[in-house]
Design a protein around this ligand. Sequence first.
Ligand code: NCD
Length: 346
Amino acid sequence: MERLPHIIETQQFTVKWLEEDFFPLVEKMERMVKSKGIIPFFRYFLMRRALTGKNVVNFFYGASTRTRLSFEFATVQLNGRSFSTDNAGVTSSAVKGEHIRDTAKVISGYDAPDVIVLRTPISPRGTEEIRIKDAVPFSSVPIINAGDRNEQHPTQALIDLYTVKKEKGRIANLTIGFGGDIGWSRTVKSLVYLAAKYPGVKFIFISPDVAKIGDDIKNHLRECDVPFEEVYDVREVAHLLDVYYVVRIQAENDMEGRKSQLSRRGPPAFWTANKEVLDLLPKNAIIMHPLPRSEDELPYETDEDDRAKYFKQAQYGEYVRMALLLIILTKKRREIFLRKTNPLVF
Ligand code: NCD
């Protein structure tokens, strides 16, 4: 089968590709979107039309605000067309029990789509899981994982790493703290796999016992000799952090009363990025969050702090997704992507 530039998990990317091809292209997208006026109009004339005639299908089983809209805006910025289903878990034939493999086969079989952007939710207990990997062998066009259950969210990790690079100036040798319901967070998993590829990066995981980072990640870090530690209270380690990445409690998935488990079981844990923690973080640290947030982990007053970068992080999403669509949908960049990233075998 022809190798397609699917984007499924962050293990597939290489630092070489990120640094030489991807981040420079994202910067170009950012410059293009931000520059207004007649000279930039002509300078970027062709680039702004790069996706003319290309169709992007956003098929989202699970809830989304940023990911779906930023894929739509990214498509429009480059003059492509976007087709979206909202809440496909309720409104598509998934309700009638259609398997994702048939859905992928049918959508990619129309004489139109050039890429399918997919998001799957955590399935309620007792129901069959909808997994993006099951769709890949049955799709004749590239698939982009836009959030797969509590497994991976690779495009968010690309946004997160781009944010770190822009706001800290580098990725190597940074200490990154992750706080909250991290064991269940697909954005944390994807970002750890990706950031671990850079030399000198250290991780500190801050969570109660029930939300600990998974053994799969820890084993991977051990194999790659990437240092990490696990603590309960961010106040013990805040002074060491270059980046504090907080995530919300995945309460809507209510895996046996997740919110109450998190507050009750194990030794007391503390991860809220509040005023007390802001005072302990280094002056040049940055605070990130994939959003949506809750005030439990990220009070609104933190937004006033110059180190709060999560709204910028959300904005970068549009440029990152523009660059990704360009790579997948334009021949030359697609060839470079296939050459420089790790092949995925399904
Ligand atoms: C995240 C997600 O959907 O995984 N949001 C996002 O895509 N920016 C984070 C979350 O839901 O907690």
